[in-house]
Structure formats: C-alpha cells, structure tokens
Design a protein around this ligand. Structure first.
Ligand code: IVH
Length: 685
C-alpha cells in the first residue's frame, strides 16, 4: 500500500482498536468479537511492518490493553489505589491455526538450539490478576492495569473463596536452616479470576430482574465484579481463581511444570488440565481434545496456551514489548451450534423500532440452551438468504443474545419458506418507515401504537428512571382499563381508580400511590431519561441536565447548542430537538411539571464553567467550607474529584492538616500540590 494511504488506514485502525480496547477492558462491554479484534490488530501490524517509519510507541501493537480508567468521567465506580508492577504484566501472541503454532515452535527451536518440551494449558477467559505472597501470606493483589501499573484490588480478592490468605505446608516437608519454609520468602503468582457459568447465569438473571444490563459474557462479569465498590458483594458473585505463572528472584525451579506443582502443594489453585508435550502433533491432539471437551467445562475457555517448559530457555528467549517469546495462545473459533429456524417474530420496541427475532429449535451452546436469536434487521435477513425451516448456525458474540451467522444450504429442504419483513406495524398496522442510517424499520405511530405506549410507560416507571414499584402487568392493567395512556396520567390516578383493577387491595393501591409520590423527588437528569427520548440513555441525560440545568433552557437550545454538550452528536441532537418541539410532548411535560416533577437540576449539579475540564483533583485536609462543598465546586467547574492519588491525578488540593500519606504519594508521582486560595483563583469565584 502507498505510504499516504497506509498512514490514513493506520490512524483509522488505531482509533478502532483503542476504542475497542477501552470498551473491552474499562467498560466491560465489548463491541468487537476477539476474532474481529485480532484481525484488525494483524492488519495494523502488517502495515507497520511494511512502513516501519509510521509505527509510533503509542500504537496498540506496542502495548497491552489497559483496564485503568482512561476517561474517568464516563465510567462510574470506585477509584482504586494504583501500584507499579515489579515485572511488567504482558499479553500473549494469538494464533488461530496450527501452522501459526508450528511457526512459533520453529522460532523457539531456532532460538534454543537444544531439546525442550512444551507445557500446554487451558486459556482461561477471565481477567488477569497478580498476587504477592510474603512469608506465606497474601499481601497484595493487583489487576493488570496498563501492564506497568495496576489497580490494588486486595480487599476484593480476599473475598474469593479459593484464594488462600495463607499458604499451607505440604505433608512431608521438613524445615532446614537453608530452607525453613516450603515457599520463597516473597514471590508473585499470576493467574486469572473468572466466573463459572452457573454463577454467571445466576447473576444475569438477577440483573435482568433488577432492570440492569446483563453482562455480555463471564469475562466481563468477572472483571466488573473484581472492581466492585463493596468488597462484601464480591463474595456473593461466586468468582474463582486459577494461577499459572510464578515470578520472583532466585526461584528454585527448573521447569514451569515444577513451579506449578509446588504452588499447588502450598494450597494455591492450579489447574490440572495441563500436559507436557514433546511434539507439535501432541500439541495438536491437546488442542483438538479441548476444542470439543470445553463444552463440558463449568467455566469459559477461549483457547490453549503453549509455553516452553524449561525456565532457563524461557529466559533465553525473553520478551517483545508486548508478549513473551516463550509462549503463544491458540484461540478457539467461537462456539457454534446448528439448529432449525422455526419462525420469526417481529418485535416492536418502545421507540417503535421493529426487530426480527428468530425462534429456534432449542439447542445447547456454551453452557446454555438457546431458543431465540437476533437477526438484527431486514438487510441481514436478506444477506443471509434465510428461509423459515432452514438449518442455521448460531454463535454467541459480544452480546448476550446469540446471533445467526450463516445458513447451512446443503441441508435446505424443499419446504422452506421465504420470510417477509412486514411493511406495516405488527401491533397497530401503521405503515413502517425505514431509517437508512440504522438500517432499521420504525413504526411512526408514536401516539397510539399500543406496544410503544406501554413500552414508554414501563420505561418511565423503571428503576433507573422514576423508580416506581410496578411491574409490566400493572402497566398492562392500567392501559387496558384506559386509566393510563400517557406518562402524565400516572399522577392523576386515585385510590378509587386503582381499586377497580383486578386483584388490587387497599394496601397495594396505597403502596403504589406512595411510590408515585416519592418519584416527585427524583432528580431532573432521571426525569429527562424517563421521558424516553430516542437515543437519550442515562449518560446522555446526565450530560444534558448538567449542561442546560433545566428543561426550559434545553427546550430553547438550537441544534448547534446541543452539539456543544459532552458526548452529543448530530443524531442525538436532532432527536432531542425534534422531541421538544412536538406538541404532544410539550403537553406531557407541562402536565408533569404541574404534577410536581423536577425539571430543574439541583444547584450542585449545574455546570458553572469548564475551567477544570479534564482535570482530576484529589482533596485532603480541612477547608473554609465543607469537603463536600469543595467536591461540588470541582464537579460544577467540569473537573473530577477522586479519592486516591494516581498517575492520572492533576492536582492534590491540600487544605489544613492534609494527610501525610497523600502528600508523600503526590510528591513521588510528581503531582502538583495546590491550596484553597490557588483553587479559588483557578475557578475565579
Ligand atoms: S500465561 C506473559 N497462561 O490470557 C504472559 N495466560 O490473552 C503470560 N491467560 O495475559 C500469561 N489463561 O491474562 C497464561 N494458562 C494461561 C492463561 C493465560 C489465560 C490470559 C492472561 C494473558 C491473556 C492473553
């Protein structure tokens, strides 16, 4: 490829890969499958090889993905203290077929020049952890972080049941002067924290009940759980750990296998699903065995790791910036299942989008029985040339709902039927319109399409919106009795109305009315989210509430003004603009205002300036006002207030009697220290 063209494609690939890394490691909500990701990375590597002058140190080919929050404002949750890794925590080179494993073996063989063996292990699909044991006691647990610095999650790791706080002495060990304890005085052991399938299914079931987004896969669930605020909650998540790599000074082992056996004898969790192989054929047998047997495991594995077993040879081969040269991962293809397509439902969502959903003959896939799969849109149905009665392949990708990836044409019978994407709404019969930007069809009848009305009502009451205790069945009852059609109708309900509903008694009616009454205190940002404006999720609603401060200023905003808000692009800006100019919506908002809902942000939430945009500030000591007031000021001027100092901290704002530990850490990391007066000058109030 020409240099100029390569330059453009490299920039593009870096952007896609960096964003995919952030979604995977920080937000735990992947946007690409591992395979898609690896293919993009390989393309970038090839281009950088062709044009080495275009390779920069910050390229994703030169560093491992980071689980540290690079954009803290966008991610809620706890800030962990961060510590440097004693040895960098690297990733593994990936391969997808045996010829690539063969190439790895050839390179190793050339580098070593002697006979050696391989240790083959499962590749656990979880989140990496580094444990430090000193004098037999667990003293610290760090996440991989960016490979150089990790988050300290020791308190959470202490709640994982199979990680010992203290090591045990194996039977038959006799202390001597030279070796008083069976384990080295200090060592690190690395491994993976993962969530077994049963715990994962239980957690997601609960999250769906609580109206929280389910985790896409056990890896995301494990990594999200490891970073929970409340350490006690970690214990309930059913996480487990497996360890696979010991590091330390002057360790007494000759082989990796010996080291793992010793760790196991001290009570550390080490997998027994390992094999020492001598030839590539043996490695291939191990791969094939687990590619089919993995379906029987209670946890997710996404491949096999092949390591040079002899430690002196590992040392000889060494590392690249990103990977060890003494190990490689062989990744399994995503697990697929073949089953029959029975029918297709066309579901209308709350915003009117019509989505085709496939009903399948039930089939076992990655630990669960799959009965339904997403078909996304009409274009995809056409691309797949899918017919009712066809045999189709289903795969679990990044999303929780499996997708249909292909049709097995060789199994197509003569009785298959071409599905017809409806032209009218399956619920209200209105002619659908197509939105080409999203390749989706919408029912434009927002006012009287029953599914859309009920969807809006359910959304309005939901936990993250107005948080009114009511299920879908209550909404159905109220709608069917024509008591509630518009969200504002809820606030005109009386006990008498509710007692006309089947099964309702005094107590349930009073509870419902009380919950509605309490919803009047819900802050503006959630009321805005509750209105159900297309594309306005929780985060967007927060940004809008913070930026505009009230529904009246939001309603006056031009498209350009809307575009000046954080995280808001053309599509959202237009959607908000149109929504607030529609008569029926204006009328609803007026009625909700009259009912006493909050349409203004609390003073503390209003953005006063952008003077601290992008700055992270840690406060310590006493100030002329309360610490909470200082924190509100930081946020109101666009900054972020954080509890602990890390390399990402911009300032340590020190009042009277600041904590000595914070001062020391700020100094060691070169974080600038400011006092209250300087802070007030910065925000000029
Ligand atoms: S050894 C220097 N062994 O997979 C890296 N890693 O995709 C040594 N992983 O970063 C890692 N199972 O978090 C090793 N049996 C295993 C593994 C394993 C899972 C993870 C690990 C690594 C990642 C690379």
């Amino acid at each position: 490829m020409e240099k100029a063209q390569a330059y453009i494609r490299i920039q593009e690939l870096k952007d896609i890969i960096n964003e995919a890394n952030r979604r995977y490691y920080v937000e735990n909500s992947p946007v690409l499958s591992d395979y898609e990701f690896d293919m993009l990375l390989k393309e970038l590597e090839a281009l950088e090889k062709e044009h080495p002058e275009l390779r920069t140190d910050d390229s994703p080919t030169q560093k491992v993905g980071s689980d540290l929050k690079t954009s803290p404002a966008k991610v809620s949750g706890k800030e962990f203290e961060q510590f440097p890794h004693r040895y960098p925590m690297l990733s593994l080179g990936n391969s997808y077929d045996i010829t690539e494993v063969q190439a790895f073996a050839d390179r190793a063989s050339k580098g070593i020049g002697n006979a050696f063996t391989y240790s083959c292990e499962l590749k656990f699909d979880g989140t990496a952890i580094c444990l430090t044991y000193r004098n037999g006691k667990l003293v610290r647990a760090l996440t991989r972080g960016d490979g150089t610095i990790g988050d300290d999650v020791t308190a959470n790791v202490r709640n994982i049941s199979n990680i010992p706080q203290e090591l045990k002495t194996p039977a038959g060990f006799f202390p001597t002067l030279l070796q008083p304890k069976p384990w080295p005085e200090e060592f690190e052991i690395r491994g993976e924290i993962y969530m077994p399938w049963p715990a994962f299914d239980r957690l997601n079931e609960q999250r769906i009940k609580d109206e929280e987004a389910p985790f896409a896969n056990p890896r995301n669930a494990a990594s999200g759980s490891l970073k929970l605020i409340d350490s006690r909650m970690v214990a309930e998540r059913g996480l487990e750990c497996t360890l696979y790599h010991i590091l330390g000074e002057d360790l007494p082992f000759q082989t990796h296998d010996q080291a793992l056996k010793a760790a196991q004898s001290w009570g550390l969790p080490v997998s027994d699903k390992r094999k020492i192989c001598k030839t590539i054929e043996e490695i291939e047998d191990f791969i094939n065995h687990w590619d089919s047997e993995r379906k029987t495991l209670l946890f997710a594995t996404d491949g096999i790791v092949i390591k040079i077993n002899e430690l002196p040879y590992q040392e000889e081969l060494g590392y690249t910036a990103k990977f060890p040269r003494w190990a490689v991962a062989y990744k399994f293809k995503a697990e697929q299942a073949l089953t029959r397509l029975l029918s297709i439902d066309y579901q209308v969502g709350r915003t009117g989008a019509v989505t085709p959903v496939a009903n399948l003959e039930p089939v076992q896939l990655s630990g669960t029985v799959v009965k339904r799969a997403s078909l996304h849109n009409a274009d995809q149905m056409q691309q797949l040339d899918i017919h009712i009665g066809d045999y189709v392949y289903v795969e679990k990708g990044g999303e929780i709902i499996p997708k249909i990836t292909a049709v097995e044409l060789s199994k197509r019978g003569t009785d298959v039927v071409l599905p017809h994407f409806p032209e009218t709404c399956p619920d209200c019969g209105t002619k659908l319109i197509r939105d080409d930007r999203e390749a989706k069809s919408f029912c434009p009848n927002q006012i009287s399409c029953p599914t859309q009305i009920k969807g809006r009502l359910v959304h309005f009451l939901s936990r993250k919106a107005m948080n009114v205790i009511a299920g879908d069945a209550t909404v159905d009852q109220l709608y069917n009795k024509a008591l509630v059609w518009n969200v504002a109708d809820f606030y005109e309900l009386t006990k008498e109305h509710l007692l006309t509903l089947e099964g309702w008694k005094e107590r349930s009616a009073e509870r419902f009315l009380k919950s509605l009454d309490e919803s009047r205190k819900v802050p503006f940002e959630r009321v805005l989210y509750a209105l159900g404006i297309r594309y306005v999720g929780e985060t967007t609603a927060k940004s809008l509430a913070k930026h505009f401060g009230s529904i009246d200023s939001l309603a006056k905003a031009s498209i350009e003004e809307l575009l000046a808000t954080d995280d808001i692009g053309q599509v959202i800006a237009e959607s908000v603009y149109d929504f607030l100019r529609e008569d029926s919506n204006i009328d609803t908002i007026e009625r909700l205002k009259a009912a006493g809902l909050k349409f203004e942000a609390d003073a503390a939430q209003q953005k006063l300036s952008g003077k601290l945009d992008g700055k992270t500030i840690v406060i310590s000591g006493n100030f002329s006002v309360s610490r909470d007031e200082i924190k509100s000021l930081i946020i109101a001027h666009g900054g972020k207030s954080s509890g602990s100092i890390s390399s990402k901290t911009t300032y340590l704002l020190a009042g009277e009697k600041p904590g000595p530990e914070k001062i020391r850490k700020a100094e060691s990391l070169g974080v600038e220290r400011i006092d209250e007066q300087k802070f007030r000058e910065m925000i000029e109030i």
